[in-house]
Write a protein that binds this ligand. Sequence first.
Ligand code: NAI
Length: 366
Amino acid sequence: MNAIAEHLRASSNQEAVPTSLFGLPNDTPHERVLLVSDEPTGMQTILAVHSTARGPAFGGCRFWDYSDHASALTDALRLSQGMSLKNALADLPFGGGKAVILKPKGEFDRTQLFAAFGRAVQSLGGAYITAEDVGTTTADMRVVQSQTTNVSGIPRDGAFGGDPSPKTAWGVFVSIRMGVREHLKRHSLEGVRVAIQGLGAVGWHLAKHLHDVGARLTVADIDTDKLERARAEFGATVVGVNEILAVSCDVLAPCALGAAIHAGTVPKLQCKIIAGAANNQLATPADGDALHAMGVLYLPDYLVNAGGIISVAREFRGEGAESSVMTEVTRIEDRVFELLARVNKGEGTPARVADAWALSKLVRTE
Ligand code: NAI
């Protein structure tokens, strides 16, 4: 049992936390995992509610072509656990959850499919609130909204809201700025070399922020159109998807999918800082230890990429205006500063200090 599971056991009112049939090996048990198959639409989803200790489980919905059911389940479980830590560290009154929809192999009606997903979300009676993640759009969330109110990430009339990606990108940007200031002792991002893996919804906005302040970009994506645009608009250097992690740079920003940092890639890294949007960047906790030993500053993904959930959580609660959301997202840099202060005091590696910090906030309040 790892530290997260131990903490949950200690903070539970029960004698012991039952081992979950759906739990990851040696990892935290989930409160609830729901598998729904809707034959008429071909929709298959896994809704993972990791923790409702702080409130309803809140986390996005991933729509992905999984190679098999087991990898979809693993993805849902890892992502939902990460949401518990992310929401806790961001001081949000929400627990952690996530949904994955397995992309059908053949033809399908997207509207009908997301309507079926909305019914699955509704069946959890508010224990889980969904929003966008990789492969889903605001249009999909509008369809989900036709079946349940437990959805966010939808532009609201006359108010802020909608696509969380720009907020996520801003949070990553301010984190990079703080990491560069504290770790590299550089007070400007001008001339700082940043390698971005993935120019999607978040990666693109991040590239723009960095370009605007004079950073030098190297980028990789599987979508060649995005690469051409980045070359034209940002003067970015383009490299292959198998090269980006080994690029010599000041900052590596993983903004594609998870587990980019593993035993096979760690020895090849030539960066000084890792800070990006992708969830679950470290394949294992040992990879965080290895980075620390190499002198690479790893800023934990769930700390720096919380801008999107801060935005959709506020939207869901109907709180505040766009400017106040941005102010709250900008506070992520203060948390990065505090994390580095704790690391410098010798509390542990950034990844382990962040885990312990998030866990200390993952408590049932009623
Ligand atoms: P996206 O789907 O818009 O972008 C992902 C990009 O990565 C795409 O352009 C894709 O072509 C590219 N890509 C895929 N495989 C690649 C590879 N092997 N090498 C290089 N590029 C590759 O997704 P989005 O929304 O930008 O999210 C990126 C990451 O950030 C995901 O891990 C997501 O879970 C995470 N995240 C996103 C948030 C958001 O607000 N959208 C919030 C928090 C985390």
